[in-house]
Design a protein around this ligand. Structure first.
Ligand SMILES: [Zn+2]
Length: 230
């Protein structure tokens, strides 16, 4: 619950709020993930590339603390599933909390998509994400450790969602979120997140129609013996 004095502070904080660019952390530029996909519309597995945090920002539309939370938390979880191999974006499915930032991280890093039955959204899961490797069923949940996120981010965020923050209040919230994002980037993900394996996790049935993801059907097909392609 936000106190009245805090609102007064927000309303008067315009001139002291740091410009977002001024505290945007360079550390985010080092966040990256090695992924593998199929190599064409009916292709085989093996097309490897590196995704960066900047790629995530462009896909999502802006830099924000939620993107940092999702990228670090899910990235660490995927590292648990793929400690020494590229993240296989043809073999993952994920349930994400409904935040616009978290959901965008989920689909980009895992390759999961609602229309193919590999992406679901729920605000009743424990933590931020529940991700499962389809081929062997291993599943993990990831949660932000209590106390890592300042309470003001959520309390002021709720006011903003209700469109109750003044223009200067919005600027102050942006500065608070950017500070939180920077502080989080400076943390060891193992200290900031709790990753828990969920034995025998059963993927819930999709609530709507799903379709065949035709670009992964041949992912394990052998290579043409006479092909000159690498
Ligand atoms: Zn965002």
């Amino acid at each position: 619950m936000i106190r009245p004095w805090a609102i007064a502070l927000l309303l008067s904080a315009c001139s002291t709020a740091p410009a977002p660019e001024a505290i945007r952390p360079e550390a985010a530029r080092t966040l990256q993930w090695h992924v593998v996909d199929t190599d064409f519309s009916k292709g085989r597995l093996g097309h490897e590339q590196t995704l960066t945090f900047d790629d995530l920002v462009k896909f999502h539309g802006h830099w924000c603390d939620g993107l940092v939370v999702g990228a670090m938390g899910l990235g660490e979880t995927l590292h648990t599933l793929y400690p020494s191999a590229p993240i296989d974006r043809t073999d993952l499915r994920i349930i994400s909390r409904s935040s616009p930032c978290l959901t965008d991280v989920a689909v980009m890093l895992t390759g999961a998509r609602a229309q193919f039955g590999t992406f679901q959204v729920s605000d009743t899961i424990p933590g931020l994400y529940l991700v499962q490797r389809i081929s062997d069923g291993r599943a993990f949940s990831v949660a932000l450790r209590p106390g890592v996120k300042p309470a003001s981010v959520d309390s002021l965020g709720r006011l903003a969602v209700q469109q109750l923050l003044s223009p200067c209040g919005l600027d102050s919230l942006q500065a608070i979120e950017e500070r939180f994002g920077k502080d989080l980037l400076a943390m060891d993900p193992k200290e900031a997140f709790i990753i828990t394996e969920i034995p025998a996790f059963t993927w819930p049935a999709a609530s709507g129609p799903t379709f065949t993801k035709t670009d992964i059907l041949n992912k394990n097909a052998p290579r043409c013996a006479t092909s000159t392609r690498p």
